[in-house]
Write a protein that binds this ligand. Sequence first.
Ligand SMILES: Nc1ncnc2c1ncn2[C@@H]1O[C@H](COP(=O)(O)OP(=O)(O)OP(=O)(O)O)[C@@H](O)[C@H]1O
Ligand SMILES: [Mg+2]
Length: 254
Amino acid sequence: MKVVAVYSTKGGVGKTTAAVNLAWEAAKNFRVLLWDLDPQGATGFLLQVKPKKVKGGVSALVAGQSKVSHAIRSTSYDNLDVLPADASYRDLDLVFDHAKKSEQRIAKILAQVDRDYDVVILDCPPGAALVAENAVFSADAVVVPLVPSPLSMRSLEQVSAFMAESVSKARMVAFLSMVDRRKTLHREAVEKLPATQKSVSAVVVPATVQVERMGTERAPIGSYAPRAEAAQAYGDLWALVEKTVKPKTGTRKR
Ligand SMILES: Nc1ncnc2c1ncn2[C@@H]1O[C@H](COP(=O)(O)OP(=O)(O)OP(=O)(O)O)[C@@H](O)[C@H]1O
Ligand SMILES: [Mg+2]
């Protein structure tokens, strides 16, 4: 099982959008679990799944009092399951803080489903708290969306520094997100960043209404607009991540 964390210190850069689309792309060939670690629950919303009522919420999961398999939902897509967040995820940092080996809890929980999935995608909340430490610790790759702005390099540096502090051996795969080529700054970022920064891939996801439509379609972009440039970009991004983490194919579930 390979773990891919979609993460940035910055909010609103396209993490959840990337996580949902990567999971959908990955599910074409692998058994995929998408874990929403953000109490806003956007991932579940976009894939039309509601959290299951699990006694004790996420703290029972972390304490080992409830099984992760009980909280997992299937989606309408083959090979794609979701572990949705509920309101109890608001306290996740505190819950981890009180646990032993507090940065290794996500890895420990995922060990329960090691044989059930080939790929796990983690949709992380922004920030640099324990949830992120856990995600990076468990990850084989960390996917970082970068929106061209004077602050984007800063967030790239922050994520690099954050990963360097972790014992994790995860590889970073950054990509340009929400790119508007009418803006000079954005065009410059597309030209310069992938050429000068080793961790920044050539994948460019444009800012388009087709991506925005995910909120009303409540579906991955590839399912309703497969020819859109953004859908192709997420396909390319998954191809790159797949090459980076090399998941093994288990038996397909369906
Ligand atoms: N390429 C794009 N083009 C247009 N809109 C986009 C694009 N990517 C994301 N968005 C929109 O931007 C908003 C923020 O995206 P998203 O929720 O994926 O960011 P996030 O990094 O997960 O945010 P948060 O930090 O709050 O979790 C959403 O409304 C989403 O639909
Ligand atoms: Mg999000």
